[in-house]
Design a protein around this ligand. Structure first.
Ligand code: AMP
Length: 500
C-alpha cells in the first residue's frame, strides 16, 4: 500500500486539527498538509516524472519540506533527502549515482546546483526556502488541491537514504512503502502515541530519526508537533512545557543537562523521552533520571532497517541497553561462524523483518554481501543479549564513528586527507567526547618538508566534506601503528589520543 494513503486513513477524522506549530509562528492543520502535498504531487507529476523517479533535495527544515516528502510518497516518486552539510563534491557523487529527475535546493544554492545539474545530467532544478518561497512553491501554486494517491505495492521504492560505507563510497539504502508502514505502526503502538500527544521536533529531517520515526508516529496517531527548524537548547527548554514527547540524539540530552533551567517542574507533564542514533552514555541516562525523574527510553535502528529494538514503554527501561526487538522484527546475535551465541556473549547483530530495506541502489553485489545466505541483514553492529532478552550494542564490526548522532566513515575522511599535498597517509578514529559521543580525530603522517598544519588541513577539508565529518583534532605522527599483517591498529590510536 502507498504509505501516505495508510497515514491519511489514520488522520482522516482529524483534518481540521493542527499538526504543525512552528517556531516561526506558522500553524498547519492536517487539511493543510493534505492540500499542500496534493498540489506538490500534482505539480511534480505534471513535470513528467514517472513512478520511481528520484526527487533529490538539499533543503532547510520547514513544513513545506515535509509536504514535499509526502507529495513524493503520494505520487510514487522516490524521495532522496541529502544532508544540508554536504559540499559540492559530495553532492556531485549523489546526483551522478541517483540520477534524479528533479533536484530541489535552497534558493541561495541555485547557481551551484545548476552547475551540478549540468555536470551530472540532472534534469530540473527547483528551489525551496524554509519560508515557503522558491520556484517549487511558485510552480505548484496553480496545481489542483486534490490528488489521487498512486496505488502501490508494499515493495514500491519510497525513499533512498545515503549512508557512507567502509570503502569510503556512499551507498543508497532503498526504503520501501511497506518498510515505512510497518515501522511507523510498530512505534506508534509500542510508544503509546495518541492524538493528545505533542511531539517536540528538533531533529533534522534528512535523516530517518526526524523524518520517519518522529514524523510518522505523529501522522499515525493524529498528534501535533512543535516544529523547530534546528536544535537550539534554549528554544527546546522553552518549548518543553507545551510538549508531551521529545525525541533526540544523546547530544540533545547532554546539552539539556548543562542547562540550569532543566528541572523536574519544566518536564513534569512530559510523557516520554526517546534517545537513539548513537549510544546513550550510562552517566547521561542516570543524570537525566536523577534531575528530571524521567527514564529515557533508548531504541536502536539504522537507515537500512528503520527501528529494530526499543526499551519497553510500560516495563523496565534498562540503561546501556537498546531494549527488545519490535513486533515482527527478528534479531539474532551470531559468532563469525554464523552460530547463535548465548546470552552475555558478544556477536554480530543480524536482523530480518518487514522493516528491512530492499537493498543498496544499483549495488547488487554490495547488497548480496550484506545479507546472509538465509536472508538476514548484517547490521555491522556488535551486540549482546542479557538474561532477560534486552540487547546491548557493545561495538561495531564496521569502521564507523558516530559524532553528535551523525555517522562518519573514516575511510572517506582518510581519502580526503591523503589527497592533500605532502601527506603520506592518515588514519581517522573516534575519541570519546562528552558532547558529541565521539569526536572525529585524525592521525597524519606527512613528508619531511611538508608545512601543512592542523588549521590548514581543517580549512581544506571544510571546503570538501560536510562540517560534522571534519576532524575536531589532528595529530601529526611519525608513523601509524601497524600489526604483523600491516593493518593499521586503530585501537592503539584511540587509546593514545583518548589519553592525550
Ligand atoms: P543511521 O543509519 O545513521 O541511523 O546509523 C545507524 C547506526 O547507528 C547503527 O548501525 C548503530 O551503529 C548506531 N546506533 C543507532 N542507535 C543506536 C543506539 N541506541 N545505541 C548504539 N548505537 C546506535
Amino acid at each position: 500500500m502507498n504509505a501516505y494513503t495508510y497515514f491519511a486513513r489514520a488522520f482522516a477524522l482529524r483534518l481540521p486539527e493542527i499538526i504543525i506549530e512552528s517556531d516561526c509562528g506558522e500553524h498547519y492543520t492536517y487539511a493543510d498538509l493534505e492540500r499542500e502535498s496534493a498540489r506538490l504531487a500534482a505539480y511534480l507529476t505534471g513535470l513528467g516524472l514517472r513512478r520511481g523517479d528520484r526527487v533529490a533535495t538539499q533543503i532547510d527544515k520547514s513544513p513545506h519540506a515535509l509536504f514535499l516528502y509526502l507529495a513524493c510518497l503520494r505520487a510514487g516518486l522516490c524521495y532522496l533527502p541529502l544532508n544540508t552539510a554536504y559540499q559540492h563534491a559530495e553532492l556531485r557523487y549523489f546526483l551522478q549515482d541517483a540520477e534524479p529527475g528533479v533536484v530541489v535546493c535552497r534558493p541561495s544554492a541555485r547557481e551551484s546546483f545548476l552547475q551540478l545539474a549540468r555536470e551530472t545530467g540532472a534534469a530540473i532544478v527547483h528551489t525551496l526556502g524554509d519560508d515557503a518561497t522558491g520556484s517549487l512553491i511558485d510552480g505548484a501554486r496553480g496545481a489542483p488541491e486534490r490528488y489521487d494517491d498512486a496505488a502501490l505495492d508494499d515493495d514500491a521504492l519510497a525513499v533512498i537514504i545515503y549512508t557512507s560505507g567502509t570503502t569510503g563510497r556512499c551507498k543508497g539504502a532503498m526504503v520501501t512503502h511497506g518498510n515505512l508502514i510497518s515501522n511507523a505502526q510498530a512505534l506508534t503502538d509500542a510508544w503509546h502515541f495518541t492524538s493528545t500527544d505533542v511531539l517536540l521536533h528538533a531533529l533534522p529531517i534528512f535523516h530517518i530519526h526526524g523524518l520517519f520515526v518522529a514524523f510518522h508516529t505523529v501522522l499515525l496517531s493524529g498528534a501535533r508537533m512543535l516544529f523547530q527548524r534546528k536544535f537550539d537548547v534554549a528554544a527546546v527548554l522553552r518549548a518543553l512545557p507545551g510538549a508531551t514527547v521529545l525525541m533526540g540524539v544523546p547530544t540533545f540530552y547532554t546539552r539539556l543537562l548543562d542547562e540550569t533551567g532543566l528541572t523536574r517542574q519544566a518536564v513534569a507533564h512530559m510523557r516520554l523521552f526517546v534517545s537513539g542514533s548513537a549510544p546513550l552514555l550510562p552517566a547521561t541516562f542516570e543524570a537525566w533520571r536523577e534531575r528530571t525523574g524521567h527514564t529515557i527510553l533508548e531504541r536502536y535502528g539504522m537507515s537500512e532497517a528503520g527501528m529494530i529494538t526499543s526499551n519497553p514503554y510500560a516495563g523496565e527501561r534498562r540503561g546501556s541497553t537498546v531494549g527488545k526487538p519490535l513486533p515482527e522484527v527478528k534479531v539474532r546475535v551470531v559468532n563469525d561462524a554464523g552460530e547463535t551465541v548465548s546470552a552475555g556473549a558478544p556477536g554480530q547483530v543480524q536482523i530480518t523483518g518487514p522493516n528491512v530495506f530492499a537493498g543498496y541502489w544499483r549495488m547488487p553485489h554490495k547488497t548480496r554481501e550484506e545479507f546472509t545466505s538465509d536472508g538476514w541483514f548484517r547490521t555491522g553492529d556488535i551486540g549482546r543479549w542479557d538474561a532477560d532478552g534486552y540487547l546491548s550494542i557493545v561495538g561495531r564490526a564496521k569502521d564507523l564513528i558516530i559524532s553528535g548522532g551523525y555517522n562518519v566513515y573514516p575511510k572517506e575522511i582518510e581519502l580526503a586527507i591523503d589527497a592533500l599535498p605532502g601527506v603520506v597517509e592518515s588514519a581517522v578514529v573516534g575519541i570519546p567526547d562528552a558532547d558529541f559521543g565521539e569526536a572525529v580525530t585524525a592521525a597524519v603522517v606527512k613528508e619531511a618538508h611538508c608545512t601543512l598544519d592542523e588549521a590548514a588541513i581543517v580549512a581544506s577539508l571544510r571546503t570538501q566534506i560536510a562540517g560534522y565529518k571534519v576532524p575536531k583534532h589532528v595529530h601529526f605522527v611519525a608513523e601509524l601503528p601497524r600489526n604483523a599483517m600491516g593493518k593499521i591498529q586503530k585501537d592503539a590510536l584511540r587509546t593514545r589520543f583518548a589519553a592525550s
